[in-house]
Design a protein around this ligand. Sequence first.
Ligand SMILES: Cc1ncc(C[n+]2csc(CCOP(=O)(O)OP(=O)(O)O)c2C)c(N)n1
Length: 248
Amino acid sequence: MAKIKGYQRPQTLHDKPWHFCPGCHHGIVHRLCAEVVEEMGLQSQTIGVGSVGCGVFSYNYFNFDGIGPSHGRAPAVATGVKRVLPDKLVFTYQGDGDLAAIGTTEMVHSAVRGENITIIFVNNTLYGMTGGQMAPTTLMGQQTTTTPRGRTREQAGYPMKVCEMLATMDGSAYIARTAVFNPAQVLKTKKAIRKAFETQMAGLGFSLVEVLSACPTNWGMNPLEALDHVKDNMLPVYPLGEFKLKKE
Ligand SMILES: Cc1ncc(C[n+]2csc(CCOP(=O)(O)OP(=O)(O)O)c2C)c(N)n1
């Protein structure tokens, strides 16, 4: 009788339990990055650049080389690493506070320069690690610890749409937004991460995959309610899809 092959932890992930809250999507996104690195045969060639936020311990989980930069500076650090070691796969792993607030300059200008790096951008619409403050990506009306009555236009303007913005830049080669609220979306996210890494290894330029993610703890929801929140409230503001696909 044929044996069913069950899920196995990739060699690119250490055998350690996650520190993430129940229902958090960081663990899924970590696993997908690790699986793609393994499937592309790049374990010994990969350098992950972490961030400050709930993804800060990525170097504890990824079983390949990694660097921990200061808050928001991951694309600048990745730029330096990639320029010195152009044959490596270099990717950053960043939250929306890290990428779209404190690190806006690094994110925008690495795309403007067309740096041949990849950004994995986990958008949970707030600062998770520090207790749920508003980020540029917070939805209109969303309650956070710094917008207890909901985000308003007068106080904080509108949600920042990173993919739409970066897709306009000549230096960007692959830009996609995905989600992980069901198995089909998880597989699409994995494909997008693979395309981004392939884009980099083909030397085509800057790539970014934004993954819409749940933060049940800071949203004040249980994990199932948080999945619905991604579908019902985040998708209308942050539509999924490929925004840029440079072939050569
Ligand atoms: C220079 C600096 N400023 C502020 C902080 C505090 N800080 C740590 S994590 C964080 C927010 C991270 O949020 P995000 O990037 O959205 O990631 P998440 O935790 O939601 O995954 C902040 C402001 C810091 N560590 N360093």
